[in-house]
Design a binder for this molecule. Structure first.
Ligand code: C5P
Length: 213
């Protein structure tokens, strides 16, 4: 069973994807980390965001086993990730790796922006997770503050709005709900309610498709 989870920043898709992976005993790939790694390397090497070929080469040479999720989750990396994610050469270089992960025997859970539309359009379960920008900013703000990050709520909200706009407006694999993805708006849900809603969506799909996994 392939479970594809897409949604904007801080929608809670990563948490849901991780929990679903544990629940169903499936491997999980947070595809945002790939773009974050490219963005982080571009920042470290001072590569301009319009140098598509150089960014594409970084993406092609990425060592996925060496990614450090904690370091890559820091604030400025998210913005850099969203800049490099709009570069077609970067997306092309990361495509195969994600497709291979999705198609491994037994299935997988992937979360990102284009999983249901580009990476695994054949996924049995597609969920589009979202929440209002204000609710997402509040969550991200608390998460950053917990780590000692000094960004204000307004800065976090502005960053989320900017990334939403860039991710949805880009020409290459924009963030969009696949027509057959189930919408999960968790603006008014707490973590557990959101988890129960996601689980109910997957279980309904499994019944529908008679999935044995
Ligand atoms: O999900 P996360 O916030 O870690 O993603 C960072 C950035 O990577 C996003 O803002 C988006 O631009 C990009 N991304 C993408 N496609 C994916 C996953 C992430 O374009 N499948």
């Amino acid at each position: 069973m392939i479970i594809a989870i897409d949604g904007p920043a801080a929608s809670g898709k990563g948490t849901l994807a991780r929990r679903l992976a544990v629940h169903y005993g499936l491997p999980h790939l947070d595809t945002g980390l790939l773009y974050r790694a490219v963005g982080s390397a571009a920042l470290a090497r001072a590569i301009p965001f319009d140098d598509a070929d150089a960014l594409g080469r970084i993406a092609a040479g990425l060592d996925v086993a060496a990614l450090d999720p904690e370091a890559l989750k820091a604030g400025p990396v998210g913005e850099a990730a969203s800049r490099v994610a709009a570069v077609p050469q970067v997306r092309a270089a990361l495509l195969r790796l994600q497709q291979d992960f999705a198609r491994q025997p037994g299935g997988a859970v992937l979360d990102g922006r284009d999983i249901a539309t580009v990476i695994a359009p054949d996924a049995q379960v597609k969920i589009f997770v979202t929440a209002s920008p204000e609710v997402r900013a509040e969550r991200r703000y608390r998460e950053f503050a917990g780590r000692g990050d000094t960004a204000s709520y307004d800065e976090v909200l502005a960053d989320i709005r900017r990334r939403d706009e860039r991710d949805s407006g880009r020409a290459s694999a924009p963030l969009v709900r696949a027509p057959d993805a189930v919408l999960l708006d968790n603006s008014a849900l707490d973590r557990d309610q959101s988890w129960q809603a996601a689980l109910a969506i997957v279980e309904a799909k499994r019944r529908e498709t008679g999935s044995a996994t």
